[in-house]
Design a protein around this ligand. Structure first.
Ligand code: GTP
Length: 324
């Protein structure tokens, strides 16, 4: 089986960081978000096709320099084609069926079992669903017998939500669904195509464990905590010469002597945290410098940003080369 991963969005909710770095390359628990998504794929996948758009060149260069276990091909869009148009644009040579993954879903999911469940149902598609307390921001599935999806309600008011099981952004589709995507324009697959497929048999695959749609600063930091707690953030602890609890994931050379770390921190390459500074529950991207006695908490700090001595940065998103 092959997999299409949708990587073309602008990541507007993570600006200003995403002005410089596509969302999928923001490091979370020690590796780019995209690589945690790829980790979910079964080992026997034949090829991963990245449907790219925004910052396509940066993504292509990164995956070339950091290969994974599967052959990876990037197929860029000249202009944003939406989720449906993006998958159609990337569909040459696709397997039948194929995996379709959003690139910002950080979750525990057994896609090998999902593939077996899909084969057993024999429907046109199988969509992973996750149960949330508040389904309002999502597409919510109505489920019939055998977990067949009978309807999808987008962004419902609580009284109109047919369940609390939402589209988790992970699916398996029969190849011919591509033919249902109108050509030559932007198409939302979920809104324009999926409703017309339900009559042919689309089934829900209920995820247990954890799931997060890491599209906002709060959710990306929540996803980072989930990944660390699932031991997907490396060995844990704090860097040599530093104090505190960690876990801290480091991605290359850094300097952090006599700095202190609370839980859930990622340090990109060439990060400097000066003595007496404290960092927790944050992502510091490549080249970030944190001055003496500064305090960084609950923040996503873009590449090359500088935080001055004694300053407090709490709950902030700092863009590339920002000064605080
Ligand atoms: P926001 O701008 O913050 O909403 O983020 P986003 O642009 O990533 O949008 P959203 O989270 O709704 O996108 C869901 C998934 O579809 C993500 O994996 C996106 O990268 C991807 N995606 C969204 N629009 C496109 C597109 O036009 N083309 C392609 N190839 N992928 C897309």
């Amino acid at each position: 089986m092959k997999a299409i991963v949708l990587v073309g969005g602008f990541g507007t909710r993570l600006r200003p960081v995403t002005y410089a770095v596509p969302k999928q390359l923001i490091p979370v628990a020690g590796k780019p978000m995209l690589y945690h998504v790829l980790d979910l794929l079964p080992p026997d996948v034949e090829e991963v096709v990245l449907a790219t758009g925004y910052k396509a060149d940066l993504l292509a260069a990164y995956v070339k320099a950091h290969p994974v276990r599967w052959p990876v091909r990037t197929v860029p869009e000249a202009e944003p084609l939406g989720t449906g148009g993006g998958m159609r644009n990337a569909s040459a040579g696709l397997s039948d069926p194929f995996f379709l993954l959003n690139s910002d879903v950080l979750a525990s999911a057994d896609l090998g079992r999902m593939r077996s469940v899909h084969a057993a149902h024999g429907g046109v598609g199988t969509m992973a669903l996750y149960e949330v307390d508040d389904p309002r921001p999502y597409g919510v599935a109505a489920l019939g017998s055998g977990d067949r999806i009978t309807a999808f309600v987008e962004k419902p008011e609580p009284k109109d939500a047919p369940s609390r099981w939402i589209n988790a952004g992970i699916a398996i589709w029969r190849r011919d669904v591509i033919d249902r995507v109108p050509a030559g324009r932007a198409v939302s697959f979920e809104r324009e195509v999926v409703p017309g497929l339900l009559a042919e048999g689309v089934y829900g695959f209920r995820l247990s464990g954890y799931w997060e749609d890491a599209g906002t600063p709060e959710r990306i930091l929540h996803a980072q905590r989930l990944l660390f707690d699932d031991h997907r953030g490396g060995p844990g602890g704090v860097p040599p010469g530093a104090r505190g609890t960690g876990p801290v994931a480091t991605m290359g050379a850094f300097s952090a002597r006599e700095a202190s770390f609370g839980p859930y921190v990622t340090l990109g390459e060439h990060v400097t945290v000066e003595p007496g500074a404290h960092v927790e529950n944050s992502i510091l991207m490549d080249g970030v410098a944190v001055g003496r006695e500064a305090h960084v908490e609950g923040s996503v700090v873009g590449p090359g940003a500088r935080i001055r001595a004694t300053h407090r940065v709490v709950g902030q998103v700092l863009g590339e080369d920002a000064e605080a």
